[in-house]
Write a protein that binds this ligand. Sequence first.
Ligand code: ATP
Length: 296
Amino acid sequence: MKRIYLLGSLNCDLSIRAPYLPERGETLKGSDFMINAGGKGANQACACAKLGGKIRMAGAVGKDSFGDMLLASLKSAGADISTVRRTERNTGVAVITVVDGDNRIILDEGANGEVTEADALALLDGAQAGDIFVTQLENPFPVVLNALKLARERGLFTVFNPAPAKAEAREAVKYSDLITPNRKELRLLSGKEGLDEGCEELLALGAGCVIVTLGEKGSLVYKRGVRLEVPCVSAGEAIDTTGAGDTFCGALCVRLAEGAELAEAARFASVCAGIAVTRRGAQIAIPTREEADRFL
Ligand code: ATP
């Protein structure tokens, strides 16, 4: 099995439910406070590890208790966190207020903003051609861009999850063997409204292949000569879609590392994300390999 190398973010999600948004100066009684391990990078690394991938992650957390919690979560999932650095800046935090089921999020990127090219170099030390490199957009963009370039130069298969959406990420498309936008990210990166048109544009910009995730409509696998709609999988009632995209991306990388074809990897990813949405939370909701195999 090939190894997976992931450069990405680690955040602590602090969420609280409120009856309405408070006025300036108002103190409001909320409920259901939760602290959850999150961040796109950490969620995807956790998915890779829980689903049986050999994964090493690079990123940064603070020297605080949130950092301890995030590292413990990844370690217990089985990820190699030897290249996650601890910095003087605080661990990244997302403060989430939930009103009527809608999330309002304030993000302090903290240590995620301190990730440098040296971290990418340390991560890729020992990586072999044919291994998988995966990254997202929650670290400084020049670092993400250079890491994709570097991984490509070393012959790794590069997977780019262009989330959260940023127009400047267009520049990174040409270094992506596989790019996995959702509908909104596809629109922003390609500048096209149509799904097929958008995928064609990303291929024209230099992506090797595209998988667009479409929420409950499943996903679309697109490359030269191939257009395949992969339906989503229902494993029960969907109660929380937080991290569905991250579970999908991590699962995809694991099957690709095992040598699966793109379409087969996308079907496996749909099963894993389909299970994750039936549970609350992000990392905690990701199925183990045993659970995914049992469902299959
Ligand atoms: P997020 O940023 O919230 O993690 P995303 O926008 O990146 O999400 P989505 O397209 O919403 O990702 O979802 C990723 C995949 O998860 C979908 O392609 C699908 O396979 C699965 N999925 C999403 N929602 C559902 C659902 N309601 N039921 C079953 N599977 C789902």
